[in-house]
Design a protein around this ligand. Sequence first.
Ligand SMILES: Cc1cc2nc3c(=O)[nH]c(=O)nc-3n(C[C@H](O)[C@H](O)[C@H](O)COP(=O)(O)OP(=O)(O)OC[C@H]3O[C@@H](n4cnc5c(N)ncnc54)[C@H](O)[C@@H]3O)c2cc1C
Length: 345
Amino acid sequence: MKFLILGGGPAGIAAAKAVRKAKEDAEILIATDEKVAPYLRPLMPDFILGDATAENTLDPEAKDLQQKKIKIAYGRAAVGIDTGARAVTFADGTQERYDRLLVATGARCAVPEILQKKSPMIQPFDSWKDAIAIKELASRPGPAVVYGPGYLAIEACRGLRNAKKEVVWIKPFKPRFGYPIAGELEASILDDVRNRGARIKDGDEIVDVKEKGADALQILSKHGDVINTSLVVVATERLPHVGFLAGSGLAIETGIVVDDYLQTSVSDVYAAGDCAEFKDKKGGKSFINFGWRSAIKQGQLAGENMAGGKRRFGGSQEDYFWALFGSSLADRGKRISEVEGYGKT
Ligand SMILES: Cc1cc2nc3c(=O)[nH]c(=O)nc-3n(C[C@H](O)[C@H](O)[C@H](O)COP(=O)(O)OP(=O)(O)OC[C@H]3O[C@@H](n4cnc5c(N)ncnc54)[C@H](O)[C@@H]3O)c2cc1C
């Protein structure tokens, strides 16, 4: 039996290992569009800051994949699924057949139209590739601009504090997803961000971006500020990365709609992690349990169920990234791997 997993993040890796535990002889392939070994996404700010090296951001959970006979194929971006033929097509034109499929493609920053210019000085804050580019651009003179409403922007400001004397955080609106950071915690976090050299422009917006040569951008804000910069970090909310599933027949809303067993609307296709959307049958509401710890929990459960198990997802708000951010957000020197719940797969 062939288990195909799209995405080499914590959900994909946990699922692959759970399948292996249940099925010794199964063929298990993780296909990821990234070209680097799986890494700890939450440590990217620490890498930019200089507190973590490339080596210690590697995901320890991925180190024994080969030993467990789990294959990982890099640079393979899925572009479509033919659920009838049980095959996934990749950007390079190749196809991969499956008996059970897991979509664990995570989420990406939603880039507003005004920042969708192709300038390399405008960088989303999603992947290892982005972290490398941000670190390089941060060494150029002038302030950096961080754009986004919530936790990712805080993390971007934190990451930039060594390289930049000035960081301008354009904080446009309240986050739509996740725990709003409010009250005393919000006040202390914002103080901390300010103490680290960031100027916070609350309720402001970017209304124009002009290229001023090869290494300069001019940002105009709604409140009338003009900022000359060579780096804009797009640290907006991360939305499920599911666009490539259009036409696949899977029910998609903001994310991929899954039931309590993480099964999608199509048989033998599961979804887990930041791309999966749950329906709360009682309240009629839906939710996406974003976060590292939840991705591991969901991946593990999806893997078990793909291998024949019948366990329900008992995700709670505590699984959310709050558990990692929480009160320690203001000064997070802690390695994610030391945090309770990590690496228990
Ligand atoms: C800067 C930053 C800091 C964060 N800090 C924290 C934190 O402190 N605590 C916390 O809990 N969470 C944090 N998060 C969020 C956390 O990283 C995510 O919740 C978690 O990684 C989700 O895991 P996942 O496996 O669902 O998806 P991901 O980790 O996003 O992995 C999905 C993988 O699938 C790949 N992929 C996408 N599309 C395709 C495709 N079409 N074909 C093949 N592969 C594809 C992606 O490139 C990626 O490698 C942070 C995120 C960022 C960006």
